[in-house]
Design a protein. Structure first.
Length: 277
């Protein structure tokens, strides 16, 4: 992988991590177009790009993060969930949302990694599923609720766990699920972006452990230091723009166009291997 390929893949990751179009699916398509294999180096590079987008989330939503930690460590009653202040309850809901993806990460990590190397067919199918979810959430009009409850946080977390499948958009799945549950769209994008920070950082720590086990040289085989840095910066900068843009898009409720886009790209991913061959 050269620096130009890393730049393009980094921009692709930064934009599609927040837009409901599946970053993993677009990275798989991009790697296929560049003729890159599905080895451990690509997995390491993918995790590196995800960490870059987490950093962009920290930059764009820093006020909300400060609010959560400020309330979390303030003097308060911890006796009842309903008596907790806003930031603490929000943090607990994020922890609740992490439970499904933690189960998948701890017990099904190897199976998930096998799926990532199974070709573009599964990517295309999952993109079509993403399109269906976005379209359904656009036309469904449930009664809106003021706050995201613990139960809803868990259900949204299940959607996030399912989105480990390449091509199934994490932001699209979580936001669409939240909308179908009746949560206000003004709060969903923010919650969706914040809830992914702990799982991605946890995945990064596991990846660092794997790097120490196999050796840094082998884990980064085929990726130069320059390419890694360029990819990281490209994902971070483009992610900052996409994060802010996506929050405004969700507020305006214009997700149907992303459903159309995912359907088109999903069909393309299914037929692309036949075109390349």
């Amino acid at each position: 992988m050269d620096w130009l390929q890393a730049l393009i893949l980094g921009i692709l990751q930064g934009l599609t991590e927040y837009l409901p179009v599946s970053s993993s699916g677009h990275l798989a398509i991009g790697q296929a177009l560049f003729g890159l294999d599905d080895g451990s180096s690509n997995l390491t590079f993918t995790v590196l790009l995800h960490v870059a987008t987490v950093c962009s989330t920290l930059v764009i939503l820093w006020k909300e993060i400060v609010w959560i930690f400020k309330d979390l460590f303030a003097k308060q009653s911890w006796r009842k969930y309903c008596n907790l202040n806003g930031g603490t309850k929000y943090a607990i809901n994020i922890l609740i949302s992490m439970i499904p993806v933690m189960i998948v990460g701890l017990f099904f990590k190897d199976k998930v990694e096998e799926v990532f190397g199974s070709g573009l067919l599964i990517v295309g199918i999952m993109l079509l599923v993403t399109a269906s979810l976005l379209a359904f959430s656009y036309f469904a009009k449930p009664r809106q609720k003021e706050e995201i409850s613990g139960l809803h946080a868990f259900i949204i977390g299940i959607a996030q766990a399912c989105a480990v499948m390449p091509g199934l958009s994490r932001s699209g799945s979580t936001i669409a699920t939240g909308l179908l549950l009746g949560n206000k769209k003004e709060k969903l994008a923010q919650f969706s972006f914040l809830m992914v920070i702990p799982p991605i950082l946890g995945e990064a720590l596991l990846d660092v452990k794997d790097i120490f086990e196999v050796g840094f040289t082998q884990a980064m085989d085929g990726i130069s230091p320059v390419a890694a840095i360029v990819g990281f910066l490209a994902a971070f900068i483009s992610g900052c723009f996409a994060c802010k843009w996506m929050i405004n898009i969700v507020k305006k409720g214009k997700l149907i166009w992303f459903a159309v886009y995912c359907a088109i790209v999903g069909i393309l991913a299914i037929v692309l291997p036949y075109i390349l061959n």
